[in-house]
Design a protein. Structure first.
Lengths: 251, 597
């Protein structure tokens, strides 16, 4: 069995994010980077499946510049077997990423793809769904519980929805996108980091995949959300109701 | 002994100028090295910070459990060779992890006592059989290690210890009798390295398992801080130690005790700076959140001054730590051994004894200042246990006491120079003679005009080295061998040397950073901020030292030389500190400040 796990390089969630003064993007000066936390959850799930079933090949893939090697090494250090970096200097939107991943999928022919439901940098939550559509395979998104059934030909997935946990069964191959509560990723152990240095990491040029992955969306401007204004203290319930009626006009 | 390149010999920084290319800086850490530190950072957040309250109250079995978890991640066997189940990592790699492990008080002490003084005596002085038996267990964290040197009556006077070791009539055991004090990890330790006197005379080290008959521990000490760590007496009542557990040779225990303490001091320095960075993080966050007069207190000058001062001192100390770590690695890589013991021990343990003492003193005092100012920034809240600042103050305080008090270490610094000079390992007398002659002949001093913004600081440090040698020369001429008895003078000399090592390390790092990382403005500000403050400190120490040695016209002439050497146009420290503090608040943390362009 082979599982493909895409890993995206994103600013570390603990980093203070600053917007460039002209609003054109994030000021990356001095910023630490990490594996997108939802992707780390996906990789953790793949590793747990491997621990259960044994003999699985886990391939991690990232798309971007040379710097993404760092995140691939994290994946290898956690326990992935092999890494692929698709090199491109272009920034790609969700559809472009989905197209590139589709090409990687064709090349690798995995049994299924486990990936984060979204990346914490742009929060698009589209690449997984688009990838499934491009490949014409099934999908289960927001997976918070995963079980391989019927001799590993299907995945029974618990999906987090507003109404509660929805259980769906998808035929493999499929695209499974992971939610926060699926698992807690393991630590990257020091021996793991040392072993990762010896694991194969293949770099391929985007052009060699033969995909036209042009972004169709453009970020016009980034703005910090407005600062929250100080609240008002009320003394009585009547005062509260009055304010809700006349000031906030919500009731 | 093999001739090593100048920059790889202890104390050499006082004699020659070092090319920035020869110093290792944190900016050069590889992605793997950073990843290892990140693992330790995450471990501390998730396991230690989350359990801090229970740890502080010594919840039953919690510390050993978390300790072993750290072991599973490889955090406890970094320096142990791979053939003994360690990772065989160099010091430059392990510093980053150590900084993380020590950033929260007691857990750092537990790990530090284990990885350093608990494991290293065996690692560097043990026989093959001893290492086979114990080292792997320590490297993986399966066993916990401890080091027992101090006694009720012998702290700084370590060799005045009274614990006795007597060979049993059948020659199979040593019987140890005595009580060891202040033993970190005592409650949980499986293996103690215990120092005792064979025949009441010869200081000797023993590997003592806690289960050996006659070994017990006292009750937990009620300490001011590092409450999550264990500190107890170790009581030896006819403790039976098999002869094969004698470490090194009879009578050679002092070599083990002191060389291991060298490393311990360096590690303590690294750990203290880890804790200082944590404290600065807390202070920076609080200063931005806390509003007074309708604005965050981080926008006020006197708070900015504190934040910048912390960052400046941390930067200089951190620069000196990484420089020393990599230099020790480089000496270790030569394979040079010292044959004063059998088996011989690596020269890397001994070579930078002076630098290790410098780091111990400087980093522990910087941490205390940082902890204190963090509490101050918190105002009244800082004085309560609701915030971490109070605990940090309590935790930090021990660093000036253990691994040799700062007073003892201050005496070591010039003492080591003199001892090395006597052994022909350090050309102290020649250097003093040269500098004294040069200074009496008032030729123009180093001209720093025409260089970049770091050039004046570099020139000042060149003069500061002359100052240190000049004051040493004057004091030595007056007191000769008895200089050691003039502890205050020696202390002043030490303080000058400490500022030189930290200041130079900071400037070299900034210079290197400028080349590789483009215009790293923050690096220059941090280095210059340190030197700008150090000038006044060094001048004052020199004046005090000379005034205690000379008088009248002679003193006046000497003070003239001090003034000439410490000539410095002050930088606008206010503007520099405001700049640094603003940037620190913008980027949110010290590591981001240093990494930003």
């Amino acid at each position: 069995m082979k599982i493909l796990v895409p890993l995206k390089r994103v600013p570390d969630p603990d980093t203070k994010i600053r917007i460039q003064s002209d609003g054109s993007g994030i000021d990356l000066d001095g910023v630490k980077f990490a594996v997108n936390p939802f992707d780390a959850i996906a990789l953790e799930e793949a590793l747990r499946i491997e621990e259960k079933l044994g003999e699985i090949e886990i391939v991690v893939v990232s798309i971007g510049g040379d710097e993404c090697v760092e995140q691939l090494r994290v994946g290898l250090a956690m326990g992935a077997d092999r890494a692929v970096l698709v090199k491109t200097s272009e920034s790609s939107d969700s559809l472009a990423i989905a197209k590139i991943l589709a090409a990687v999928y064709q090349r690798e022919q995995p049994d299924f793809v486990l990936m984060g439901k979204q990346a914490i940098d742009d929060d698009s939550n589209q690449a997984g769904q688009m990838l499934a559509a491009l490949l014409g395979v099934g999908q289960a998104t927001f997976v918070s519980k995963l079980e391989l059934i019927e001799n590993n030909t299907k995945a029974r997935c618990g999906r987090e929805t507003d109404a509660g946990i929805e259980t769906v069964t998808v035929k493999l191959p499929a695209i499974l996108t992971t939610d926060l509560r699926l698992n807690e990723p393991r630590y990257v152990s020091l021996p793991g980091i040392m072993k990762a240095k010896k694991k194969p990491l293949e770099e391929i040029e985007l052009a060699s995949l033969g995909v036209a992955a042009v972004s169709r969306t453009k970020v016009l401007k980034l703005e910090a959300p407005p600062k929250r204004k100080a609240g008002v203290r009320v003394k009585t319930v009547d005062e509260l109701v009055d304010k809700l009626k006349h000031d906030a006009k919500v009731i | 002994m093999k001739e090593l390149p100048a920059h790889l010999t202890g104390g050499n920084f006082l004699l020659t100028e070092t090319d920035p290319g020869l110093v290792f800086t944190p900016e050069e850490l590889s992605a793997e090295q950073r990843l290892m530190a990140a693992t330790a950072e995450k471990f501390m957040e998730k396991e230690i910070l989350a359990n801090l309250d229970a740890l502080e109250h010594q919840a039953d079995g919690l510390m050993p459990k978390l300790f072993r978890k750290a072991g599973e991640l490889g955090l406890l066997g970094m320096g142990v060779p791979a053939e003994y189940d360690g990772l065989g990592l160099d010091r430059a790699t392990t510093v980053g992890v150590e900084e993380q492990l020590t950033r929260l008080g007691g857990f750092g002490v537990t790990c530090g006592a284990h990885c350093g003084i608990g494991t290293q005596p065996l690692q560097y002085f043990g026989t093959e059989a001893q290492k086979k038996k114990y080292l792997g267990k320590l490297a993986t964290g399966e066993w916990i290690g401890a080091y027992a040197l101090s006694e009720a009556g012998s702290g700084s006077d370590a060799l005045g210890l009274r614990t006795k070791a007597t060979l049993s009539p059948d020659g199979k055991h040593y019987l140890l009798n005595g009580t060891k004090m202040w033993i970190s990890n005592a409650a949980w330790a499986d293996l103690f390295t215990i120092f005792a006197k064979v025949d009441g005379q010869q200081v000797t080290a023993f590997l003592v398992e806690k289960t050996f008959p006659g070994v017990s521990t006292g009750k937990e000490e009620h300490k001011l801080g590092i409450k999550s760590s264990s500190t107890r007496r170790v009581i030896l009542e006819d403790a039976q130690v098999p002869v094969e557990n004698l470490l090194g040779e009879v009578g050679k225990g002092a070599y083990i005790a002191f060389n291991i303490l060298n490393l311990g001091r360096y590690k303590l320095g690294a750990g203290a700076i880890g804790a200082a960075k944590e404290s600065l993080k807390v202070a920076t966050r609080y200063a931005q959140e806390r509003q007074q007069f309708g604005r965050p207190i981080a926008s006020f000058g006197l708070i900015q001054q504190k934040l910048a001062q912390m960052a400046i001192n941390i930067f200089a100390a951190e620069s000196a730590i990484y420089r020393t770590a990599a230099n020790m690695d480089a000496v270790a890589a030569t394979g040079e051994m010292m044959d004063s013991t059998n088996p011989p021990f690596p020269r890397a343990l001994d070579e930078f004894a002076l630098e290790c003492s410098v780091l111990k003193v400087a980093c522990s005092e910087i941490l205390d200042d940082v902890a204190d100012e963090t509490l101050q920034i918190h105002g009244g809240y800082g004085y309560t246990e609701e915030f971490s600042a109070a605990r940090t103050c309590r935790d930090s305080r021990i660093n000036r006491i253990f691994e040799g008090t700062n007073e003892i270490n201050r005496l070591f610094i010039p003492g080591l120079l003199m001892r090395r000079a006597q052994r022909g390992r350090f050309p102290l007398v020649a250097a003093i003679t040269k500098v004294t002659k040069e200074l009496l002949d008032p030729a123009p001093l180093e001209d720093s005009s025409g260089g970049d913004e770091l050039a004046p600081a570099q020139a000042l440090l060149v003069n500061a080295k002359k100052l240190a040698l000049f004051v040493s020369g004057v004091a030595f001429q007056k007191f000769g061998e008895k200089l050691a008895d003039e502890q205050e003078v020696v202390g002043h000399l030490s303080d000058i040397i400490i500022d030189i090592y930290l200041g130079e390390s900071a400037v070299l790092r900034a210079r290197k950073g400028r080349k590789s990382a483009g215009s790293a403005a923050a690096l220059s500000d941090l280095a210059l901020g340190f030197v700008n403050d150090a000038v006044g400190r060094m001048e004052l120490h020199a004046r005090h030292a000379l005034a205690a040695v000379s008088q009248g016209d002679e003193l006046r002439a000497q003070l003239g030389i001090v003034r000439r050497l410490m000539r410095w146009t002050p930088l606008n420290g206010v503007a520099l500190q405001r700049r640094l503090a603003k940037r620190l608040c913008e980027v949110g943390s010290y590591p981001a400040l240093v990494a930003s362009k």
